[in-house]
Design a protein around this ligand. Sequence first.
Ligand code: SAM
Length: 292
Amino acid sequence: MASNSVLYRCSLVSYQYTSAATIIVGRRTVAISGNGFRACKPIRLARNCCSYSCSYPNPNDSAFVVANDEKYGNKQNISLTPRLYDYILSNVREPEILRQLREETASMRGSQMQVSPDQAQLLAMLVQILGAKRCIELGVYTGYSSLAVALVLPDSACLVACERDAKSLEVAKKYYELAGVSHKVDVKHGMAADILKSLILNGESCSYDFAFVDAEKRMNQEYFELLLQLVRVDGVIVIDNVLWHGKVADPLQVNDAKTVSIRSFNKNIMEDPRVSISMVPIGDGMTICRKR
Ligand SMILES: C[S@@+](CC[C@H](N)C(=O)[O-])C[C@H]1O[C@@H](n2cnc3c(N)ncnc32)[C@H](O)[C@@H]1O
């Protein structure tokens, strides 16, 4: 450990892309200002959380966190500070039309729900690597993630975009038009599970290459079961918010219905032999599943 390092007890550094951030240090919640970040709800410190050593005296600067727990072999992990996250975002190639949509959505209710530019870029890349032609998204909101996917789909491809809220769908449809991708997006207004069931009844099982799940979190297990029917072998299902602002890792103190449900879903998926998985700490956490 560097001689000027400071030992912090912290449960999580939690950021969202808009205007400030918080870190919990000891018993205090410290607000960190930084361009482009929004303050998150502070997460209470677990009594038994492990200690982390940060190699800078200012938590705003500490990019590396070392878990002191022998169990992890003192592995160094990146702790995403506002500065580092700014750096990551400055290395995202966000198409102009997505930037416009993000800015229009920023003043709307629920704008924090939108995936971050780095997440959208990852989704688009997965679709490209897969050579996906048939995709599904559950939870469109104003269309940021679906537009990122539609932009990289070939003209003959299709994205089934499911959303229950008609008002936010209007914004999404406007941007599909502006981006010239409307012909690739099949907008479905309704409840995600019902739409998936109707696709199955329509004989579309095993015909999809890619699915992104970002709707009602407590329905994730049901969405996943339906999507496993709709996606082909070697197809990919990505689930968002699997870290749920870090609450999933604090079972001693955080047990609200949504957190318990996401925690239970994560456990089920971890033990599910039907898929290979990778939980990625990007945004609020995404699990990438490949159907075996
Ligand atoms: C987290 S937001 C989606 C954000 C979007 N992926 C983006 O990047 O902009 C979740 C959306 O799911 C929608 N939603 C929630 N429950 C739903 C359901 N049961 N069926 C369809 N849509 C649902 C909400 O109305 C909301 O717009």
